[in-house]
Design a protein around this ligand. Sequence first.
Ligand SMILES: NC(=O)C1=CN([C@@H]2O[C@H](COP(=O)(O)OP(=O)(O)OC[C@H]3O[C@@H](n4cnc5c(N)ncnc54)[C@H](OP(=O)(O)O)[C@@H]3O)[C@@H](O)[C@H]2O)C=CC1
Ligand SMILES: CC[C@](O)(C(C)=O)C(=O)O
Ligand SMILES: [Mg+2]
Ligand SMILES: [Mg+2]
Length: 337
Amino acid sequence: MAVEIFYDDDADLSIIQGRKVAVIGYGSQGHAHSLSLRDSGVDVRIGLQEGSKSRAKAEEQGLRVLSVAEAAAEADVIMILAPDTKQRFIYEEHIAANLKDGDALFFGHGFNIRYDLIKPPANVDVAMVAPKGPGHLVRRQFVDGKGVPCLIAVEQDASGNAQALALSYAAAIGGARAGVIKTTFTEETETDLFGEQAVLCGGASALVQTGFEVLTEAGYAPEIAYFEVLHELKLIVDLMYEGGIARQRYSISDTAEYGDLTRGPRVISPAVKEEMKKILGEIQDGTFAREWVAEDEAGRPNFTKLEEQGNQHPIEKTGKKLRDLMSWVDRPITETA
Ligand SMILES: NC(=O)C1=CN([C@@H]2O[C@H](COP(=O)(O)OP(=O)(O)OC[C@H]3O[C@@H](n4cnc5c(N)ncnc54)[C@H](OP(=O)(O)O)[C@@H]3O)[C@@H](O)[C@H]2O)C=CC1
Ligand SMILES: CC[C@](O)(C(C)=O)C(=O)O
Ligand SMILES: [Mg+2]
Ligand SMILES: [Mg+2]
């Protein structure tokens, strides 16, 4: 089925400029949305919990920080950009009682609606504006006059105007410069989880770590292995980003292209594809969501252990040393741009 893609000319910025927006959370996405909404002339306040580490960052940027309940009560568009596993508690304790007729409850990812963790009342719009990129780059691209594509979805259209509101919000954070695609909460949630697990984060990280291990275990210098499998990956992916896999293949040598065509399918073998399908199945049937919610409720023991193991991987030490010598590479992630 053909998708609908919207650009700046299709969006009416004045819709979101006429609303009062509360952004709940000021992390990767929260800071990007709030600063870009503000720069687009939108009335924004931030909702944070007592003692939040993010409060000082938001205030340094001149944003007004309230409690979540105060922000939700004051606003008529409430965008929840707190961690997915915390959202249902924040919603129940601080947001639900402050929702009024005509309010809009917004999400940056469909997890809590798709897996029935939050059940909003019938008198509010429920919509999503999900950027297809990390929040810090959503903000950086906005500042640079570019934009990260967004998905929008409407779960509940109490006002009859929810889609136009979501599109207006997406335009205000730069999404409609690149393209805004209309989807559903289910499609966004399932494709986003699959993408980050199998390809963008899980797949890519494991591919790089494994390639580094194979080279260094065979006796090659870790610095050479790092440049080969991690640093150069960005340059290769830049070509894919600009012109697809065909552009990448045009730029590499024919020796590389022959290796790509004949060896790539041996690395990403039919067995890997089967595993990807299993991963998608666990997302679709709710297994992953149940596992992640239970892991979070147990205090994240496995998450913490695996994260630490990743931080200790030899590629991190080699990479730090090399990046420190390339001033243009180690660009800090900031809460401004
Ligand atoms: N990271 C990304 O680029 C993307 C994220 N998303 C989605 O955006 C949402 C936010 O994710 P992300 O930006 O990564 O989150 P982060 O972990 O970066 O930030 C979470 C923010 O929420 C705050 N927070 C934590 N607990 C509470 C609470 N009880 N009440 C109010 N605020 C709280 C944190 O404050 P403190 O500093 O005090 O912990 C922090 O400011 C998720 O739904 C995610 O799936 C979608 C697309 C991409
Ligand atoms: C790829 C990870 C992501 O889905 C994103 C930045 O889009 C996320 O949840 O952070
Ligand atoms: Mg994503
Ligand atoms: Mg995601």
